[in-house]
Write a protein that binds this ligand. Structure first.
Ligand code: GLC
Length: 711
């Protein structure tokens, strides 16, 4: 603290504002062109941080200028989007969420932090913890899926993984929980569009993951680009000051999104950079990411009395304190100094394979053609994703390299060396050319099994990648229908950044797997599942829609006065489509078959401060060992406000050998039954609650108990 106060006292206004100015380097581009870093700016102390630059030598070079050539020698804060790996690219976040494995989520973040820190990075703009329920929105690929409880678990695990036990350690990076908040609720799934959600929905759905990130000690938070009910999040004092800093007690750094402070002018809430700078600073945004608005606007804002020196210095202190906590003053070159250890690279690749295996979801298995027989002698691998490498890196893979990726074809060939495996592209991912279909069909004619590799390009999801059509792009459907028309055993591998509306495919293919974008070990992981080396255990972290017309779709709907009831005209439903999802939250088939029985919820009456013991038996009826995921839901039957038909309160994973029986248990505290009351404060109300345990959110698979909460 002494150093911080001394620096604040010594700094000129330009140097203070410099600490609030993070500028893009000339590396990868992650947004519209903003200002670019200059050595002169670093030397002058008017740039306090850089992003999109990495590499031990490259970082040391700019850090040296800041430390040795600027007047006060304040080290730079180097940031980067390390979203799902740095050099070792893991599955995209939506895919990794399918593992429902807190330990895995933390381990991949830890591995990413080690690699990024070795490249001189001290801050990642991750985890992205936006609940997402509308697959039209491209950033659903970066999200933890539809549920706030899952998003909260993932937020905490990733924060722990990135920051490690000691933020000053050479292999730790500051986490940035993003994007606060409700970005996933953009109107019509259209990127950057306005958001209109109720205060209740904010508190029940979109804010809890950020509370979890703060509780886990996130060093930074990034407000979202969007406006909520007309108030851009970048200047939302109610949520940034009122809720986040005062209510939740966050005292870390708020860093704007890319150019977002300047874009307040586009929002129409600021006439110029002076007003934009004042609004953002007064809302508590400490760092202006690459818009240069603080540099341009804060001096005049100060002169006009729109901001105070005290507020500017409060932001400077938060930034300097973060640099101090990161150990940057103690040793500005700490990150990037350790000699890289190749063994780490090998262990991370093994981790990437494990994460990729666990991210794969077996969506359908209509005919038991999986696992592939080891006696299979001829396979045709067909489709535009069969040999894809760059696509497998997903949409945020800054330091990832296509050359590091094992493609689907390579993975299959490595796993089945005695099998002849031919491949044909057939069609491109996008585009109207079908001339390759005939060649692909010829190839399939001689194959015992066809593996059809379909889906999106990595660029079709992620930022600025909303889609209105959730079918297969280009002429992939023509290829698929021609292949399926052969009547041969066909497995479809769907590589995508979102659920796709493909009822026609699910009805016809023998098996379909959601393989998302699995990172550098895609091919090996997919082959592990197809050959049975790994029994698929991935489960959907969202409801998979039948049609884009159903979006947004999610299980924790409120019942309405006319609950969805198939066949009942006057019920909450559609004339032309079932209201249920194609696949429910939690869906994922296994090569095993798990049977649940004997649910017990004790005591039947519980008081505030007590807990309910929930237990059940699980049996693996299948021929091989496997992993079952169990979801604990509650329903508050009568309350002072309408409550969702299901709320997720816990997940359990059990590994069971063939014919093995195990017990799963939860201790559910009565406090978990609290909800946001009419006055938007947490409340615990007496009454009856259903307890459901199932392998998905489909009520048809539930075991149900009822308990009474007495107050
Ligand atoms: C992008 C994204 C944000 C990212 C930032 C820096 O526009 O919205 O998630 O961290 O800019 O690349």
């Amino acid at each position: 603290m002494e150093r911080v106060e001394t620096l604040v006292a010594e700094m000129t206004l330009a140097e203070k504002i410099g600490q609030l100015n993070m500028v893009a380097s000339t590396g990868v581009v992650t947004g519209p062109s903003g200002s670019r870093a200059t050595h002169q700016g670093i030397r002058a102390g008017t740039i306090g941080g850089l992003f999109n630059l990495w590499g031990a030598d490259e970082v040391r070079a700019v850090q040296r200028i800041a430390v040795e050539e600027s007047r006060l020698g304040v080290p730079l804060l180097l940031g980067l989007d390390v979203i799902h790996g740095h050099r070792t690219i893991f599955p995209v976040p939506l895919a990794e969420a399918c593992a429902f494995d807190v330990g895995l989520w933390e381990r991949t973040a830890r591995a990413a932090a080690e690699e990024a820190a070795a490249d001189g990075i001290a801050m990642t703009f991750a985890p992205m913890i936006d609940v997402a329920r509308d697959p039209r929105w491209g950033r659903i690929v970066e999200s933890p899926g539809e549920d706030p409880w899952v998003a909260s678990e993932l937020a905490a695990a990733k924060t722990r993984g990135f920051q490690g036990g000691d933020l000053a350690a050479a292999d730790s990076v500051a986490a940035t929980a993003k994007h606060l908040c409700a970005y996933g609720a953009v109107t019509a799934g259209r990127e950057y569009a306005s958001v209109d959600v109720s205060e209740r929905t904010l508190r029940e759905i979109y804010l809890p993951p950020f509370s979890a990130a703060v509780a886990a000690g996130t060093a930074a938070i990034m407000p979202a680009f969007i406006d909520i009910a007309g108030v851009p999040m970048t200047i939302n004092p109610t949520l940034l000051k009122g809720w986040l800093r005062e209510r939740v007690g966050f005292d870390g750094v708020l860093i704007s999104d890319y150019n977002a402070v300047a874009e307040l002018i586009n929002h129409g809430v600021a006439a110029d950079s002076v007003e934009a700078a004042a609004l953002a600073l007064n809302a508590g945004v400490d760092i202006d990411m690459t818009s240069n608005t603080y540099t341009q606007g804060l001096p005049a804002a100060l002169d006009r009395g729109l901001v105070t020196m005290a507020d500017i210095e409060a932001s400077v202190r938060r930034v300097l304190r973060l640099k101090e906590r990161l150990g940057l003053f103690a040793d500005p070159y700490r990150r990037g100094s350790a000699a890289p250890d190749d063994r780490d690279g090998k262990s991370r690749r093994l981790l990437a394979r494990e994460a990729a295996r666990r991210a794969i979801v077996l969506l359908t298995h209509r005919c038991p053609i999986l696992p592939l027989s080891p006696n299979t002698r001829r396979i045709a691998v067909v489709g535009p994703l069969a040999t894809a490498r760059e696509e497998m890196l997903g949409s945020w893979a800054s330091a990832g390299r296509p050359a590091d990726v094992v493609s689907i074809l390579e993975g299959l060939k490595a796993a089945m060396p005695d099998c002849r495996i031919d491949d044909a592209r057939g069609v491109d991912i996008d585009g109207e050319d079908e001339r390759g279909v005939a060649v692909a069909i010829d190839l399939c004619a001689h194959a015992e099994i066809i593996v059809l590799c379909l889906g999106e390009s990595a660029a079709m999801s992620g930022e600025a990648a909303s889609r209105t059509n959730l079918g297969l792009p280009g002429r992939q459907r023509a290829l698929a229908e021609a292949v399926l028309g052969l009547g041969k055993p066909t497995v479809v591998l769907l590589s995508s950044g979102r659920p796709l509306a493909l009822s026609w495919l699910f009805e016809r293919a023998d098996a379909v797997l959601a393989t998302w974008f699995l990172g550098i070990e895609s091919g090996h992981a997919i082959a592990d599942v197809l050959t049975g080396k790994f029994n698929p255990s991935g489960r959907l972290p969202l409801s998979w829609l039948r049609s884009v017309g159903q979006a947004p779709i999610y299980f924790s709907q409120r019942p309405t006065g006319r609950p969805t009831t198939p066949g009942v005209h006057y019920s909450s439903s559609y004339l032309d489509m079932l209201s249920t999802p194609q696949f429910p939250f939690g869906h994922g088939l296994s090569y095993s078959r798990f049977v649940l029985s004997n649910l017990r919820c004790e005591p039947a009456v519980v008081k505030a401060g007590e807990e309910v013991q929930v237990s059940l038996e699980v049996r693996n009826d299948g021929p091989i060992g496997g992993e079952v995921t169990l979801f604990l839901f509650v329903r508050d039957l009568v309350a002072s406000v309408a409550r969702p038909v299901l709320e997720l309160k816990g997940v359990r994973k059990l590994t069971l050998g063939a014919d093995e029986n195990r017990q799963a248990t939860w201790r559910l505290p009565a406090q978990a039954l609290a909800f946001i009351g009419e006055n938007l404060e947490p409340v615990l109300e007496a009454g009856r609650f259903e307890i459901h345990v199932g392998q998905t959110a489909d009520p048809a698979g539930f075991l149900t108990g009822v308990i009474e909460l007495a107050t």
